[in-house]
Design a protein around this ligand. Structure first.
Ligand code: MG
Length: 283
């Protein structure tokens, strides 16, 4: 793939992405896909999706896992409900992530990704060791399928994430960097964080946000790309500096406002293409 090909985050049923036909309409050539709900994660559905991607000429670059019962309503709710951290659902969700890895394999996709949830900060806590073990086990499952596992950023500081990855200690574990999440969750200045975790960044989201007046306590606000406090040109220049050449996957998480989501993403494609030309071609 050409350096920095612009893509978009998509969904079939679950998740906050754009439907695949809309991604085609917008004209992108690669997508990440939120895995469909378990009942739709059938071989038949995988084959249909594969056919549709082929027909649209769209390359699938990552499959994201997500689970029933997760809620992003506010930061404490995320901590309670998201990912492989909550103990009550961990075993079941680990099995489900392994199924999502198998589903991704049927789609010929070698990247599986997820929001792990809020990893405990106390590295001596038993919960921390349990989350490390669950992640290790998922990495090993992905590894047998020739896949890498990418952790979405935001819920941890750059330092916390690096510590966790080092403790998990698997060579197919990488990062899907989302600059807006660092702002939304109040976990750090995104460009600085990107530099710190740079050696592990294998996929990225292009999303923008404004800081909350109580960072880490309440959500920041997600806004159209280029209108927030990430600084898109600085973000792309830093990606260039760290040697990131993969796709630029746009996220705009307002699926309840279909028309606005589509037009904001259309605007984001134009912005990224302009910046890409400015940074890569004219420099
Ligand atoms: Mg994201």
């Amino acid at each position: 793939m050409e350096k920095w090909q612009v893509g978009v985050f998509t969904s079939i049923d679950a998740g906050l992405g754009l439907p695949l036909p809309v991604a085609r309409e917008i004209g992108v050539r690669n997508v990440q896909l939120h895995a469909p709900a378990r009942s739709n994660r059938t071989e038949q559905n995988a084959d249909q999706t594969l056919d549709q991607l082929g027909e649209f000429g769209i390359e699938l670059t990552a499959v994201f896992g997500g689970f029933a019962g997760e809620s992003y309503a506010d930061i404490p709710t995320v901590a309670r409900t998201v990912g492989l951290v909550p103990p009550e659902t961990r075993a079941e969700r680990l099995t489900e992530m392994q199924e999502i890895s198998d589903y991704a394999q049927r789609l010929h996709c070698s990247v599986v990704a997820l929001h792990l949830g809020f990893v405990p900060h106390d590295t001596e806590a038993s919960l921390y060791a349990e989350v490390c073990e669950a992640t290790r086990s998922l990495c090993d499952h992905c590894s047998t399928r020739g896949q890498t596992l990418h952790l979405e950023t935001g819920q941890e500081s750059a330092e916390g994430l690096l510590q966790f990855m080092s403790d998990v200690d698997r060579d197919n574990l990488f990062i899907n960097f989302d600059p807006a999440n660092m702002i939304l969750y109040g976990t750090g200045e995104p460009i600085e964080a990107l530099r710190k975790v740079s050696e592990f960044v294998r996929s990225v989201h292009c999303k923008d946000a404004n800081w909350s007046d109580q960072p880490g306590e309440t959500w920041g606000e997600e806004v159209p790309l280029g209108e927030g406090q990430v600084g898109m040109e600085a973000y792309l220049r830093t990606l260039d500096e760290i040697g990131y050449a993969g796709p630029l996957t746009i996220e705009r998480e307002i699926p309840q406002e279909v028309d606005r989501q589509k037009s904001d993403i259309g605007g984001a494609v134009k912005l990224l293409e302009t910046l890409r030309e400015k940074i890569l071609v004219r420099s």
